[in-house]
Design a protein around this ligand. Structure first.
Ligand SMILES: [Zn+2]
Length: 338
């Protein structure tokens, strides 16, 4: 079968489209004929070696959708050619954390890699039937961003009447956050560097207010002024070093600052008084629990959430897909068609 393989850490050019052995499903596993793979920032971190040494020959890609191709021993409940979505959070399935639905807390929890390929072998419990009305590309764009966003909005207690500040609003995670926060009845203040994308956020995604940011200035006073001087209830920060201190300053006393990435760097200097005097909660978020995905997919099936795809590339152009995501030149998801 064909797959995109990383042999060593490096730029997009280290992504090689080549022949690899066909994987066979073991006990409890299913082989999926993939039709689309969602591209996530995680795939870029993996390629750059930021998740640790790059295992030679690893196939990147956590999100995918396709058809059941072969069942391993002991697997039931799936039919051949059934359309499925891969749930990328891998956990043991039987520890106390898994049994109470908190798969992210499972001692062996990790995120799946391997969907930039014609076939992938995954645990049967990580497959969710694909809802009708979605294309494979759309279904492959849901997993990581929507599960992650739903998890932190839930943990932060976002509810009707809350105001949410969101940096990096036009990427896959950003647009997932916008939609799920609006569904929870929150007012969303979104930050983008592109005025045209800001207009689209308002027109197409019902974002309440947009701030166009030059990449350096401090927006915290502006945000506080937009909230009657109090600050937002929840700030969601995936940018890191350039914005995290602003996020703290823009959040109301007793509010929550979610850190879910560090695309501008991971080092910040904090005045701890900002945290304890103002009773702030800093909430670290990383993926989310497996049980969330079927419910999210049903919201897509009902039209309450919509997939937003910026560009679809053929699998062999994964390098170009990575280049586009690294330029942050996106409004929605970048997807590979297989
Ligand atoms: Zn477990």
């Amino acid at each position: 079968m064909k797959a995109v393989v990383i042999e060593q850490a490096g730029g997009p050019e280290v992504l090689r489209y080549r022949e690899v052995p066909m994987p066979d499903p073991g006990p409890g596993q299913v082989r999926v004929r993939l039709r689309a793979a969602g591209v996530n920032h995680r795939d870029i971190w993996l390629r750059l070696g930021r998740l640790g040494a790059v295992p030679s020959g690893i196939v990147p890609g956590s999100d995918g959708a396709g058809e059941v191709d072969a069942l391993g021993p002991g697997v039931s409940g799936f039919e051949l050619r059934q359309r499925v979505v891969i749930n990328p959070g891998i956990s043991c399935g039987h520890c106390p954390e898994c049994l109470r639905g908190d798969q992210v807390a499972c001692p062996v929890f990790h995120i799946y890699d391997g969907t930039y390929a014609e076939y992938a072998v995954v645990p049967a419990m990580n497959l969710v039937p694909m809802p009708t009305g979605l294309t494979f590309s759309e279904a492959a764009s849901v997993g990581v961003p929507f599960v992650t966003a739903e998890e932190y909005l839930s943990r932060a207690g976002v509810a009707p009447g809350h105001t949410v500040l969101l940096w990096g609003a036009t990427g896959g995670l950003g647009l997932a956050t916008v939609q799920l926060a609006k569904l929870r009845g929150a007012r969303v203040i979104a930050v983008t560097r592109d005025p045209d994308k800001g207009e689209r956020l308002k027109q197409e995604l019902r974002v309440d207010e947009v701030l166009v940011w030059d990449g350096t200035s401090d927006l915290s006073e502006t945000v506080r002024a937009m909230t009657g001087g109090a600050g937002v209830d929840v700030a969601i920060d995936s940018l890191g070093s350039k914005t995290f201190v602003q996020s703290l300053a823009a959040t109301r006393r007793g509010g929550v600052v979610v850190t879910v990435g560090s695309t501008t760097g991971g080092q910040v200097t904090l005045d701890l008084g900002q945290l304890f005097r103002r009773r702030l909660t800093v909430l670290g978020a990383y993926m989310g629990s497996t049980a969330v995905l079927p419910r999210l997919l049903s919201l897509f099936a009902r039209g309450l959430l919509v997939p937003v795809i910026d560009h679809v590339y053929p699998l062999e152009q994964a390098d170009q897909a990575h280049e586009q995501l690294e330029r942050s030149d996106i409004f929605g998801k970048v997807v590979l068609e297989i």
